[in-house]
Design a protein. Structure first.
Ligand SMILES: Cc1ncc(C[n+]2csc(CCOP(=O)(O)OP(=O)(O)O)c2C)c(N)n1
Lengths: 170, 189
């Protein structure tokens, strides 16, 4: 299975049926499959922090959810992570379509993406770089298990080495 | 209308419905008036009170969900109104205690004290049921209707600014776990 299909399957296997997002070219390759699949309830949002808030609320009512964003939107989530997810221990399955790495053409994408590991380290949150399609399903099921066992969000950083980036053939 | 009286009026009518409360004074009042299991208190997450409420409403479509927001908080996340309208959860009752100030930081006037009409913003965002109330009687009437009829509802309640509730002692983690147990699907773990 291609990486996008593997993510869809991984979410289904883990019973993660809600997904909130601000779109980007990379994660849209997953989201467009989910938009067509009645298993999922999709929530387009105006800002990444809103997406985190919504999925956190769903967890408070007993439902699992995922949040999708571009690396440029990561910075918009920091207050939610610091004042909601970490103190209350609210997990969500988290996908970040990485820009600013190999293949990047837009200088404005670079600083924010480069800062993600450092900010997550400072917050004490874990993250994994997903770089290989052939290891994805194993990594992903492990990260989802970790997310709910640890009751904290764990970031799946979708590398251009795996996704081909924004300009990959769709 | 004093916010504390308005919160008491809602508590008198809310039954067992979950309530999410905005950081600061609203959380403090709600806790001090009635520390119900079905209260989820925000202590930060400024702007996200309505988003958290939306997530609960989507996850528990069979129950009415009440949000007690603040004008400062909602102004920080106006896109939330459009997201709520687009999702259109019939079970969401979003109340905004519009005291026209950032009370938690000293009472500085917010935009609603000067130019912004949140009911108009809610309507313009596509919320189908919007009520603007400025008396206790009107609030009670609008809230009763919102609990009876499909929404999503947004009730903008004009309240007086100056109240200074005592800060309660709450364990945030325990609050979440207690709240989760009021839903019959604690499966998410
Ligand atoms: C992201 C963020 N910015 C600023 C603050 C500081 N702050 C705490 S309470 C508050 C005012 C909130 O206003 P409102 O939602 O209207 O509620 P009120 O204080 O009036 O009850 C502010 C600005 C904060 N806690 N978080």
């Amino acid at each position: 299975m291609a990486w996008a299909e593997q993510i869809v399957q991984g979410l289904k296997d883990a019973g993660v049926s809600l997904a909130a997002y601000v779109p980007d070219g990379v994660t849209w390759r997953v989201l467009r499959l989910m938009e067509q699949d009645p298993f999922f309830h999709m929530i387009p949002t105006t800002r990444e922090e809103e997406a985190v808030g919504i999925i956190s609320g769903a967890y408070a009512a007993g439902q699992r959810g995922a949040v999708f964003m571009q690396s440029s939107g990561f910075g918009n989530t920091v207050n939610a992570l610091a004042t909601l997810n970490i103190p209350y221990r609210i997990p969500f399955v988290w996908f970040i379509g990485m820009r600013g790495g190999p293949g990047e053409f837009n200088l404005a994408q670079v600083p924010g993406a480069r800062a993600i590991p450092g900010i997550l380290d400072a917050l004490g949150l874990q993250y994994f770089h997903l770089t290989r399609e052939d290891e994805l399903d194993r990594t992903l099921s492990g990260v989802i298990a970790l997310t709910y066992a640890g009751r904290l969000p764990v970031a799946n950083l979708l590398s251009t080495l795996m996704t081909g980036g924004r300009d990959a053939p769709r | 209308m004093l916010r504390v009286d308005a919160i008491r009026a809602v508590l008198d009518r809310v039954g067992g419905a979950p309530i999410v409360s905005n950081l600061g004074g609203t959380t403090f009042h709600l806790h001090n008036l009635d520390d119900r299991d079905a209260n989820l208190y925000m202590w930060g997450a400024m702007g996200l009170t309505s988003s958290v409420g939306l997530g609960i409403a989507l996850a528990a479509p069979d129950r009415k969900i009440v949000v007690m927001d603040g004008d400062g908080s909602l102004l920080m996340n106006l896109g939330s109104l459009g997201t709520i309208a687009r999702q259109s959860p019939a079970n969401l009752v979003h109340i905004v205690w519009d005291n026209h100030q950032w009370a938690g930081t000293g009472g500085q006037p917010t935009h609603t004290a000067v130019v912004t009409d949140l009911a108009a913003v809610a309507r313009g965002s596509g919320i189908p049921k919007v009520a603007a109330v400025s008396t206790l009687e009107a609030l009670e009437e609008a809230f009763d209707q919102a609990m009876r009829e499909d929404g999503p509802w947004c009730i903008i309640a004009d309240v007086e600014g100056s109240d200074n509730p005592d800060r309660p002692d709450v364990s945030i983690e325990e609050n979440l776990q207690r709240f989760r147990r009021t839903f019959d699907r604690p499966a998410a773990r």
